[in-house]
Write a protein that binds this ligand. Structure first.
Ligand SMILES: CC(C)(COP(=O)(O)OP(=O)(O)OC[C@H]1O[C@@H](n2cnc3c(N)ncnc32)[C@H](O)[C@@H]1OP(=O)(O)O)[C@@H](O)C(=O)NCCC(=O)NCCS
Length: 175
């Protein structure tokens, strides 16, 4: 059974493969598609430190909130990732929400995102969150199913500034 873990050196080779896979297929979140594999290979510890820079007790700069990245892994194999925002700011309340996720292209449609969000919600509960906001593009049918399978109640469909697509906002109660 895959688990969520803090990003670590142990998953380096598999993570690099996943970045290349996403770039080859053109499918992934923006920072995965724009990552430079050569740079990651050159200094993976620096990449990890940067990825984890908003974890408490760090004080994030204006406009950012404390957050933590977690990777979904099985053995030493990287399957995907989640990002958990510990609080919302005005922008995240509109778009982005508390939790974002991505599964590497070669292992999609096997239930990994549904599991990753479930595990992320367990983590969110331990952080003291009682209600979690998750957003997705209206046309992201996979993500909609992932959220709904995890108890998401739709707030509505919206257009937000500086984003071309309509989005859905869902709330998940943690009790
Ligand atoms: C969206 C994404 C996370 C789904 O990951 P996944 O591991 O394939 O999802 P799951 O296997 O848990 O699938 C959950 C459900 O969605 C369905 N599904 C998955 N991808 C789908 C797609 N492209 N179109 C339609 N349905 C899809 C699955 O069949 C499954 O349905 P079921 O509940 O009836 O069994 C993945 O495609 C991805 O990483 N996309 C790029 C990044 C992204 O969009 N992140 C989410 C931002 S909000």
């Amino acid at each position: 059974m895959p688990i969520l873990v803090p990003p670590a050196e142990q998953y380096r080779d598999s993570f690099l493969e996943a970045v290349r896979e996403a770039q080859r297929t053109g499918s992934g979140l923006g920072d995965t598609l724009s990552a430079d594999p050569a740079e990651l290979e050159r200094d993976f510890p620096a990449f990890l430190a940067n990825l984890r820079r908003f974890e408490p007790p760090a004080v994030p700069p204006e406009g950012f909130v404390n957050s933590e990245p977690l990777w979904l892994v099985t053995g030493d194999t990287y399957l995907g990732r989640v990002s958990i925002r510990h609080t919302l700011n005005a922008r995240l309340r509109e778009f982005g929400g508390h939790i974002g996720y991505e599964i590497r292209p070669s292992v999609r449609r096997q239930g990994h995102a549904t599991l990753a969000l479930r595990l992320a919600l367990e983590r969110a509960r331990t952080l003291g969150l009682t209600q979690v906001l998750v957003t997705c593009d209206v046309d992201n049918l996979g993500s909609r199913r992932v959220i709904e399978a995890n108890g998401g109640e739709m707030e509505g469909e919206f257009h937000v500034a500086d984003y071309e697509k309509a989005i859905r906002r869902y709330w998940i109660e943690l009790n």
